[in-house]
Write a protein that binds this ligand. Sequence first.
Ligand code: SF4
Length: 427
Amino acid sequence: MNQPLVSCATPSATIRQRGQHEVFCGLTSIIWLHRKVQDAFFLVVGSRTCAHLIQSAAGVMIFSEPRFATAIMEERDLAGMVDMHDELDREVARLLERRPDIRMLVLVGSCPSEVIKFDLNRAAERLDKRFGSKPRVLCYSGSGIETTFTQGEDNFLAALVQDQSVHGASDKVARLVVAGSVADVVEDQFARLLDELGLEDFVFLPGRSSERLPKIGPNTKFVLAQPYLGATAAALESLGASRINALFPLGEEGTTAWLKAIADTFGVSPARFAAVTEAPRRRALEATAHYRSALAGKRIFLFPDSQMEPSLARYLSRELDAEIIEVGSPYLHREHVAGELAMLPPGVSISEGQDVEIQIDRCRAAKPDLVVCGMGLANPFEAEGIVTKWSIEFAFTPIQGYEQAGDLAELFARPLTRKAMIAGDRS
Ligand code: SF4
């Protein structure tokens, strides 16, 4: 039995918005995925715009040997004057000659490849066959027409699971799949805690290498470590796996509820659970308490960006005593975030999708102390004197688990503390 998720609120009506939205496309997820799967290479089939997006995002965020590139579609490709499959084959052959270390080649679709209806699935299948799965070739869409940045990861993980069902897996059965990319340090901590709880045969999706997962079937349970994995969950369920319903592992409360749901599913005794989690829980509570004074009573508005917003709002409200004005999410997977939404205080506005101008007006009228939003909105807000936090940082920073609870609190506290310091200097 999973731990029941206690509701302290009547869920608010959701504001559904359809209009212009300001969110990075799914290509952005390559920035953390290429670091996670260390022998994979992500090849975007896109335009110069796509190449610039990836390079500038990566240039700001990472320092490592690139394991991504863009096969740039020129005007001739877009006009249908050449065979795109031939062009791509040539690019791939050149790449593999240069980089024989690549074990998994991931073709990533973009707006341009989607607009000209380039069949990336067919290309991936053909190339996989040609190379005898050495490297393994698969594909997913990161197009801005259909994905926001975390949905890029969702499509990639779903593609990994689907590839598994086509190409088979080892004989070993995965009893537990932890789905959702987390930083290596977080994965190591979770693995240690699961070990101490006595669990065996658990795997992380994605893994650190391109090796195929153990067999997934009716004896497999999975738990989501990230809230934006609707397609991945559906792919796992299509193989017979069943989802463990849990909060997401943010903050002491979320991490404990997440681990408890796993522990209950596998029959871990309450005494063992308490013994394993007692010390890290205490550390998480202490680390969070350090930042409470900076955030208690602060009014926070979260724009839709990463789909992590309901979990972040729950953490801010329940562990840092912040007041939440609005929680936006590009998409709400009702079933997966039901526990998170139920824990928000009454009266919090929840919005799904975006009509950015109307939402900006709502935000200005509410006069928040802190706005969590994308980079495109942050600069104009800052110019108006409104303190902001880039929401993409929550995707790049290790924030899950007990040992990261303080870092998560600090991400919210830092801009407020900086503002207070500047105000102090001026007075
Ligand atoms: Fe822009 Fe679309 Fe390329 Fe993303 S995939 S960079 S939204 S053109």
